[in-house]
Design a protein around this ligand. Structure first.
Ligand code: ASP
Length: 327
């Protein structure tokens, strides 16, 4: 009898959570990079779209930039697990445990997985003043100017850092370009457009409009094959075609809650996310920027977690082999 009562009480608590969530308190989505960048844009569009199917939900995006996304991720790992503080993070969720040996969170232990959002190719881009117009010219130019150029990224462990590092490893020695870290690729993009930095590798969601309007130059995409169906990006070769062996980099984003967030809440959030990923406006916008919304089983929390676990192993193996860490 006592046991039954306990079970009944637990069930009632679950129902209460489901009914009271989101309540009147805002749901903060922490973006661990600067406002206006690719991670921020996904978070804001996702928040607007999820709100359409969550009556009363009031999403706010909070930018907690720094240290390649690790400051924002730590903040969410320690937040109250009540569904009102979430994290939108990219591949860095799997890369930071490999790159930072002293990390204050463990992705697989400190978070509830709420599903993956999108896959985004990257582009190798340069300031508009660069004299090169093709990838070959660009590579010749950076070789001829070794030691004089710089490359921007969003902090150690960020997608732009990983991409630049992998690419540079095959074209020249690491010392040949100075790396300039920013709190996100939004401020890095401003510096690139203004000619204050020379090169960057960033997600298509942050580069497509600038490439189209001629405010930056593009030289290659990071997917194995060119993006033949994209109206702006189809004109650029893949790095692999240009001789960068096995280069195939796509950035993914996922949504997380602190560990211990009640199941009724994570389910409600995952349901709203799944609906958002089917929202024609959201899908169209992502596609126009070169990204693809996740349509496979990675929208399920368990599959999302499995995917991140596999990525952690893959990236750790590569980082340990290189011996290059962020701390
Ligand atoms: N996506 C960027 C990167 O990791 C960070 C950002 O969203 O600003 O390079």
């Amino acid at each position: 009898m006592k046991r039954l009562l306990v079970i009944a009480a637990a069930a009632l608590t679950l129902v209460a959570h489901a009914q009271s969530f989101p309540g009147s308190k805002p749901i903060s989505i922490v973006v661990p990079f600067a406002a206006g960048g690719p991670t921020d844009k996904v978070a804001r569009d996702l928040a607007i779209t999820m709100a359409k199917t969550m009556p009363g939900a009031n999403f706010v995006v909070e930018n907690v930039a720094g240290a390649g996304g690790t400051i924002g991720a730590s903040k969410v790992a320690r937040a109250n697990p009540d569904g009102h503080t979430l994290l939108l993070f990219h591949i860095g969720m799997a890369a930071t445990p490999a790159l930072y040996r002293k990390l204050s969170y463990k992705p697989l232990e400190d978070f509830e997985f709420l599903g993956m959002v999108n896959d985004v190719p990257m582009t190798l881009v340069g300031k508009p003043q660069l004299p090169a117009n093709t990838y070959r010219d660009f590579e010749n130019y950076i070789t001829a100017n070794a030691g004089k150029l710089n490359i921007a990224h969003a902090g150690l462990g960020s997608a732009s850092h990983i991409c630049g590092m992998l690419w540079q490893a095959q074209v020249q020695s690491k010392e040949a370009m100075t790396t300039i870290p920013f709190g996100g690729t939004a401020p890095a993009m401003n510096a690139l457009m203004a000619g204050q930095v020379d090169v960057m590798c960033d997600q298509t969601t942050n580069t497509t409009a600038q490439i189209e309007s001629g405010r930056i130059k593009a030289f290659a995409v990071t997917t194995a094959k060119p993006l033949a169906d994209h109206k702006v990006l189809k004109f650029y070769p893949s790095l692999q075609e240009m001789g960068i062996k096995n280069f195939n980099l796509t950035i993914w984003h996922g949504l997380y809650a602190p560990k211990g967030t009640p199941a009724a809440i994570t389910t409600a959030l995952n349901d709203a996310m799944k609906k958002a990923l089917k929202d024609p406006e959201f899908v169209k916008k992502q596609e126009s920027l070169g990204a693809l919304v996740v349509t496979d089983k990675r929208v399920e929390p368990a599959e999302h977690k499995k995917f991140v676990a596999a990525e952690i192993i893959k990236i750790k193996t590569a980082v340990d082999a290189s011996g290059k860490y962020a701390d």
